[in-house]
Design a protein around this ligand. Structure first.
Ligand code: PA5
Length: 400
């Protein structure tokens, strides 16, 4: 369960919900597709014991949700599930050295099926597989568009197994599809519970009652501060498990709100910058800037009520408190001292880190980002800047 320390705010989600509906996006609808989740679960069940290693090849929205789920829910699976989300040759080679190709399933994830970084990783590992005289069809599965793109064409031609990325779900909104749920299921994460959490929050997202609509309340707060010059949001979880969640939010919010043109094609150069921080670690790093630097940041704390473990600090001077108490005292003290310096803060409280709360969190931020798009009067679902740089990279290679 998740709560936000935001009171009722001015404005109502009703009109924006109509505007969002008109954008024909699937991120809040796909979670009702029971058949698709069963397909994902069944395939994961069938394959999970046939391999020792799973390697996701993908970038941006095709990788960040998976990294977040693994780090939050199965951190010990770091020797089982690898995510290669870059074209750094050292990173690729070092990951290759850690796996046994004969016992590895490669999951190639690309909504477009055309992303150069992902295809180049695929070509590299495909050669490694065929060099060992292995059947590539048994070692690769593609998660991509159901109709178009290089990967889909190749799958049709050479009979690779595929799972679909729904048509109306963009990369950064795809965590609740096969894109991240399939790799998650392979390492034993209960994807049904993620969906249950997401559905709960989706029902709030669709509520016309401002008090109930947490995504609206969050976006409204982010936008109110943005208008007053607080253009950066610091994501400050007091939990190592959530540190990759901040990276996922960073992509979601930056790519969705960073826009040159508004809905009327007027130049606005708008966007919220997300900066990840980690409590209590960053109290000894970035925190000084948050306290006394430019007052242009909204601090979003995440607090965990119940950690998986309870650890005592065996020292009388420290009143024999637990680390559990200490981390939350640290959070409360930082919050108080930031307030003393007139820095705006809000807190998202989680009863615990679980499949369900992760599902709620994903939908909270996806819904809030959709509302932010409407508050800012922009299209939150395109990414012309990213597309432009993808195009230039391809052109540069063609020219070689
Ligand atoms: O959110 C987005 O659309 C992007 O960040 C994509 O996820 C990223 O560019 C990867 O694209 P694709 O999944 O098509 O390979």
């Amino acid at each position: 369960m998740l709560t936000l320390d935001l009171k009722n705010s001015k404005g109502s989600p009703e009109k924006f919900l109509k505007d969002i509906e008109k954008r024909n996006q699937g991120f809040y609808k796909i979670i009702d597709d029971k058949k698709e989740f069963e397909k994902v679960e069944t395939l994961a069940k069938k394959l999970k014991n046939n391999f020792n290693h799973f390697v996701v090849l993908g970038i941006g929205g095709s990788a960040l949700g998976t990294i977040c789920l693994k780090n939050a829910l199965k951190p010990l699976a770091h020797e089982k599930l690898f995510v290669i989300d870059n074209v750094d040759p050292d990173f690729i080679k070092e990951t290759k050295n850690k796996i046994d190709i004969k016992k590895t399933l490669f999951i190639v994830v690309s909504k477009s099926g055309d992303t150069l970084e992902t295809l180049s990783q695929f070509f590299y590992f495909q050669k490694k597989v065929t060099d060992k005289k292995l059947d590539a069809k048994k070692h690769f599965i593609f998660i991509t568009d159901s109709e178009k793109g290089y990967l889909k064409e190749l799958a049709k031609k050479e009979n690779y197994q595929t799972l679909d990325v729904p048509k109306n779900v963009g990369g950064r909104f795809s965590v609740l599809t096969a894109v991240s749920l399939f790799p998650a299921a392979l390492i034993g994460i209960d994807i049904k519970k993620i969906i249950t959490g997401a559905q709960k929050m989706r029902n709030r997202f669709l509520s016309k009652d401002t008090k109930k609509n947490l995504p609206f309340l969050l976006a409204n707060t982010q936008h109110n501060f943005y208008r007053k010059g607080f253009k950066t949001n610091i994501l400050f979880p007091y939990s190592n498990s959530l540190s990759s969640f901040s990276d996922w939010v960073r992509q979601l919010v930056c790519e969705s709100t960073g826009k040159k043109l508004d809905n009327k094609r007027k130049k606005v150069f708008t966007g919220i910058t997300i900066v990840p921080a980690l409590g209590a670690t960053d109290q000894h790093a970035q925190s000084q800037l948050f306290h006394e630097g430019p007052n242009d940041k909204l601090i979003i704390f995440f607090e965990i009520e119940k950690f998986k473990n309870t650890l005592k600090i065996p020292n009388k001077n420290l009143k024999n408190i637990t680390f559990n108490e200490l981390i939350n005292i640290e959070k409360a003290s930082t919050e108080k001292s930031l307030k003393d310096s007139h820095r705006p803060t809000i807190t998202i409280k989680l009863d615990k880190i679980s499949e369900e709360t992760l599902g709620e969190l994903f939908m909270l931020f996806e819904g809030a980002t959709a509302f932010l798009g409407e508050f800012l009067n922009i299209n939150a679902f395109n990414q012309p800047g990213v597309e432009h740089s993808k195009k230039l990279t391809k052109q540069a290679i063609i020219k070689l």
